[in-house]
Design a protein around this ligand. Structure first.
Ligand SMILES: C[S@@+](CC[C@H](N)C(=O)[O-])C[C@H]1O[C@@H](n2cnc3c(N)ncnc32)[C@H](O)[C@@H]1O
Length: 211
């Protein structure tokens, strides 16, 4: 998308809000790899999709700075909750500060640890919506682990599924992250238990509906 069109879309969509703007700036100054943040447009889309789904239980794999967790929370009812998992304990304080500052922070439960260990700890929870946005090499494992915990009629969103266009490079890159995304996209394409579409938004976001 051209930069001009990008600007046009942003100027004719909701603002991201003062707090998320501040979080974004703070992350760019103080965190490594701030590009990982969903950002203004994807954040507003996440909020809007969340409103449409009206989930009571959400699970996010990959908190990073807490940006997307707060976008989900914005779209959720006051009684709903989002569990968000990250294995980087150095992010905990940064995220906690913004949860405290946000009027939606009370809906967010932070979990520190490897998602592969944390997901099985949700024994009875059934999620209406899961966001997969952690280690690209593990997308298939994350998907297999969360699938039984998603309600029938629930959704899974998976981020970065176009991986900067690397999924169609010729020859295909052989690095493990691209390999993880390619394997995930093939797994999803073949899975008949779901409906799916890749939204060509930013770095690609796959929307999955569990039949
Ligand atoms: C792309 S960032 C998440 C961005 C965030 N969802 C957003 O949109 O603002 C990915 C995060 O996943 C975390 N991560 C990577 N592997 C993980 C794992 N196995 N378990 C939990 N978190 C993991 C990283 O520490 C990083 O903060």
């Amino acid at each position: 998308m051209s930069e001009l069109l990008d600007k046009y879309i942003i100027s004719h969509s909701d603002e991201e809000g003062k707090l998320l703007e501040r979080l974004n700036r703070d992350a760019h100054v103080n965190l490594l790899r701030p590009r990982m943040i969903s950002g203004h447009l994807q954040g507003r889309i996440i909020k809007m999709l969340t409103r449409m789904i009206n989930p009571s239980q959400v699970l996010e794999l990959g908190t990073f700075a807490g940006y997307s967790a707060l976008c989900f929370a914005e779209g959720m009812d006051d009684s709903a909750e989002i569990h968000t998992v990250d294995n980087d304990d150095e992010l905990e304080e940064f995220v906690a500060k913004y949860l405290e500052l946000s009027e939606h922070g009370h809906k967010v439960r932070q979990h520190i640890g490897n998602a592969l260990d944390i997901i099985p700890q949700f024994k009875d929870e059934q999620f209406d919506l899961v966001f997969i946005d952690a280690d690209k090499r593990l997308y298939c494992e994350f998907y297999d682990l969360v699938f039984p915990k998603v309600k029938k009629g629930g959704f899974i969103f998976a981020d970065n599924t176009l991986w900067d266009g690397k999924v169609i490079e010729d020859p295909l890159p052989t690095d493990a992250q691209t390999g993880g995304i390619l394997a995930f996209n093939d797994l999803i394409a073949k899975d008949t238990r779901i409906e799916k579409v890749i939204l060509p938004l930013r770095d690609g976001m796959t929307l999955i509906y569990k039949k």
